[in-house]
Ligand binder design. Sequence first.
Ligand code: AHR
Length: 499
Amino acid sequence: LHASMTIDPAFRVAPVHRRTFGSFVEHMGRCVYTGIYEPDHPSADADGFRADVAELVRELGVTTVRYPGGNFVSGYRWEDGVGPKDQRPVRRELAWHSTETNQFGLDEFAAWTRRLGIEPMMAVNLGTRGLQEAVDLLEYANHPGGTALSDRRAANGSPQPHGIRMWCLGNEMDGPWQIGHKTAHEYGRLAAEVARAMRMSDPDLELVACGSSGSTMPTFGAWEAEVLEQAYDYVDYISLHAYYEEHDGDLASFLASSTDMDHFIESVVATADAVRAKLGAKKRIQLSFDEWNVWYQSHHHAKDPGTEWPVAPRVIEDRYHLADAVVFGSLLISLLRHSDRVTAASLAQLVNVIAPIMTEPGGPAWRQTTFHPFALTAANAAGTVLRVEPQSPVRETARYGEVPLVDAVATHDPDNGEAAVFLVNRATDEHVSVDVDLRGLEADRIASCRTLHDDDVYAANTRERPDRVVPRENKDVRLEDGRLGVVLPPVSWTVLKLA
Ligand code: AHR
């Protein structure tokens, strides 16, 4: 099979936004406890942060981290997580049916992000709480000093304000599973008022209103329209969440999941712009894709929580195989392609819970298959995103109809002339040979070409074999007279660096 495409530095979409490579730490399962924080671990530092995990987070290239949830935030009292640890209350946590010890909270999170050079992104509880608690939390986090709450932060060991710019106004408030779930009308009003008060405190904040929890939600579209009609003037972003999985062995449809992400993004852009026209507004709303991943949700929902309230239980610790990583890489292609409107995104989540990094309590940490496309995209996408329109053979899929087998996006760094091309081959059993016309690119050398592929599409990395699936050098690549040729194996994801 053959595909072709043209890469031209004139086909600019938008800058590569560093926030595209964000992630998410929720008080859920073992993401925090025995994930990023484990005081008894041999690698733990004086604050209890696991150094082995921190090293992998750095290697992953994560730029921002959303915290503390997720569904968790909708029942959370932020005050429980600050102050002397021996005085912090232990609480029942309703969203995930666990016990929350509160040994890790806002100040620990801010310290952890500072140490790793990560931008913190915070969510406020609009499920069981509202405006007052949101502005209190903002005062505690960001006010320099001389007020009750900022002085309390200083007394708790953080004299410098945390300076958190980006705030989520609740989480998935459209979902009937959410604690304090609301109608679009109720939520739109609340989000507008909370945002207005937060802006009185600090006009420079970047505020994210909750969009839909998925494009298949019955209120999708109507929810965004109603929420934005009420909150348009006070917010900067609307959020999107999407999780994909293989259903009933239909690998071909699963491999085409990013076509749904494309459709989701383009529908939210259209809805936000329709509200803009209706209100006669000047600014455009940006998209924060602040939860995305592969997640085998069908496995999770089958379980009954029972009567136990465990501390940091093993929940949704999905083990990712090669095909999951290929889909994951194609979702990153979709996010990058839409960089004109998707200016922030968070991979959900970071450690243990549907995560690229896995740990054992007291034991090792290792990379899942999905770690690799994230790390390689974060490291190689630089400068400007370029639009690429592959001419590709197509396949019929049960879920998404006819889809192109090859998808791609490119970036070009005008400062050094380097370019990167990210490609996916969705064919289940055919190689595709791709011809790329590098029109106008200064780069004339292949610096590297790495492909993630395995003869067993269900091969995964485990504690025992952490490097079973890794990207390998693709030798089936050549560059001559401005024309690049590369062969993509079936079910594969590739990154090509040109210098
Ligand atoms: O990331 C896991 C959960 O998925 C989050 O808590 C929630 O926001 C979403 O439904």
